[in-house]
Write a protein that binds this ligand. Structure first.
Ligand SMILES: [Zn+2]
Length: 211
């Protein structure tokens, strides 16, 4: 059974239109309810694609039935989304809303992992003032190069698990550029996974570092 047939079998019983998938799909809306399961452990209730981590709720406008589906399904079937005021968006607007909401969930998960690593570090190192690091990153969503170099060094000292790409660096001002110019290669090597592509370009143009 292919995905279109499977999807019709799942959607039509919950729709007012009982025969044509394309007509039934128009009854459904995504209105911004989304969930992060924190692990890919569910299947899409529409197409049965396995290993869904981010669930998006679609609601039938006629009867209030609900389904939890993957974001790809909303885009693939052209299910309409609403904006924050409940206005129904066109196909392109719907796609943008869904993709933006998905990015939001991914980013929130990244921030949670980052804060968890910091809290774990503070538990293993009592005299380390973790609060100032946490409030700094909550304000700016990024660390200075020197801050992150210190953090990574301490994560490794204390065997705290962390994901380098969860941590971002800001190099907008001269102060941060100067930190990178003066930084030892071994520190830059540790920061490398946290740098964005444009930041990596900047480092390669402005320092002698070879990744
Ligand atoms: Zn699906």
């Amino acid at each position: 059974m292919n995905w279109a047939v499977r999807s019709a079998d799942n959607l039509l019983p919950l729709s007012e239109e009982k025969h044509h998938l394309n007509i039934a799909l128009r009854e459904w809306l995504y209105a911004g309810d989304m969930y992060d399961l924190e692990a890919p452990k569910e299947s899409c209730e529409l197409c049965e694609h396995p290993n869904i981590r981010y669930q998006f709720k679609i609601v039938n406008r006629s009867n209030g039935n609900e389904m939890l589906v993957g974001s790809e399904c909303i885009n693939k079937f052209g299910i309409s989304a609403t904006d924050e005021l409940g206005v129904i968006l066109d196909r392109e607007g719907s796609r943008r809303r869904v993709n933006r909401d998905r990015r939001f969930l991914v980013n929130e998960a990244r921030k949670r992992r980052m804060i968890n690593a910091l809290v774990e570090l503070s538990a293993s190192e009592e005299d380390f003032d973790i609060d100032s690091f946490i409030s700094y990153v909550l304000d700016r969503d990024a660390f200075t190069p020197n801050q992150l170099a210190v953090l990574i060094w301490r994560f490794e000292q204390h065997n705290v698990e962390y994901k380098p790409s969860d941590f971002k660096i800001v190099i907008r001002r001269d102060r941060e550029k100067e930190q990178l110019r003066r930084m030892d290669d071994w520190k830059l090597r540790k920061l490398w996974q946290s740098l964005s592509p444009s930041q990596r370009n900047w480092v390669q143009k402005n320092t002698d570092f070879k990744p």
